[in-house]
Design a protein around this ligand. Sequence first.
Ligand code: FAD
Length: 390
Amino acid sequence: MPLLESAVDLLDLHRGLDDEAVAIRDTTRRFVDRELRPHLADWYEAGALPVREIARTLGGLGLLGMHLEGYGCAGATATAYGLACLELEAGDSGLRSLVSVQGSLAMYAIHRYGGEEQKQRWLPAMATGEAIGCFGLTEPDFGSNPAGMRTHARRDGGDWVLAGTKMWITNGSVADVAVVWARTDDGIRGFLVPVGTPGFTAPEITRKLSLRASVTSELILDDVRLPADAMLPDAAGLSAPLSCLNEARFGIVFGAVGAARDCLDTAIAYAREREIFDRKLAAFQATQLKLADMGVELGKAMLLALHLATLKTQGLLQPHQISAGKLNNVREAIRIARESRTVLGANGISLEYPVLRHANNLESVLTYEGTSEVHQLVIGQALTGTAAFR
Ligand code: FAD
C-alpha cells in the first residue's frame, strides 16, 4: 500500500470535494507553505505578526470575507471557506484567527446588519485587505455571558456616545474599524468605530503564551462620540453578535483539523526517521497505536466538518450542531497536538517543530468563540430542552 501523503487522507474524504473547493484548498496550502510557514516560528517567538502585509496578500487571494456575496467578496461555498480555514490553521491558529475575525466577524456583521453606505465604505476595502476590522464583544468581566456587558451607548442629540472596555480583541490594535457591541436604551446594538475617533484607544495585550502570532488587544472607549449612522441598523439584540460568532465557529471546526493534521503529519514523519533502540520509532507497536488513534480521530473530525458544511450549504445548519463541531474538533485537535508532542520527545518542545506551538494556540481556540464548557451546555440544552447556563 502506498504511503499516505498526509494522515488526513486516511479515509479518502477529499474524494467528494468539488473543483472549486480543491482549487481554493490547494492555493491556500501552497501560499501558507511557501510564504508564511518559513516565518511562523519567528513570529510566534517574537509575539508579533505583520497583519497588514499578510492581510493584503490574503485579500489578493480572495480569502477575506470569501463566503460573502458582492462588495468584492468571492462568494465561495461553505466547504471551500472551511478548507481555506483548515489550510491557514495548519500553518498557525493566528493566521486562521486573522481571517475569521476579518471575514466572519467584522465583515459578516457589516454585510448582514449594515446599511448600504456602511457596506460600500468598508466591505470592498476589507475584502482586499486594505482595511482591517476587529470585533469587540468580550469585556474584562463578561466573556461567556456577554449579555451582562457594561459598555453602553447613549444618545446625545443626533450623536451616540460610547463608553466601556472590551478585552481580548483580535486585531484590535491594527484595525481600521472596530465593530463594537454596546448596551443602549433599546437593547444591545452594534456600532462601527473608525480608528482615530477621539476617545478610542486599543492597547495591545502582551505576555501571551498562546496565539503569539496574532494581535490581541483591549479596546478602550472613553466617551467616544459617533454620528447617528455609526450604528448597524439591522442588528437588534444579542442574537446579532451571536450569529456572527456562529459564522466564525464554523471556520474553527475546519481550522482545528488543520492544526491537528500538521501535528500528526509531523509526528509520523519524525517517527519514520528517528532511531531508538536500533529501530525506527515508527516500527514500535506503542508508537503505531498512538498514531492510529490520532489518525482515526483526525478522520472523524474531518468527516464532521464536511458534514456541517453540507448542512450549511443546504441552509440547515443549527447553532447546537456548530457547537458539537467546535467542541469535538478543538478538543480532539488539542489531544492530537499533545500526543504528537510526546512522539517527538524533547524535540517536541522546540519551535523547530510546530507541535507545541499548535498545542499552545489551541488553548485559546478552546476558549474563544465560546468555551468548551459553554458548547457542552448548548448541546445539553438541545438534548434535554433545559438551559443550564445559570
Ligand atoms: P469566563 O467566561 O470567565 O469563563 C471562565 C471559565 O468558566 C471557563 O472555563 C468557562 O467555560 C466557565 N464557564 C462560564 N460559564 C459557565 C457556565 N454557565 N457553566 C459552567 N462553566 C462556565 N472576544 C471578542 O469579543 N473578540 C475577539 O476578537 C476575541 N479574540 C480573542 C482572542 C484570544 C487569543 C482569546 C484568548 C480570547 C478572545 N476573545 C475575543 C475572548 C473570548 O471569546 C473569551 O475569552 C471567551 O468567551 C471566554 O470568556 P472569559 O475569558 O471571560 O472566560
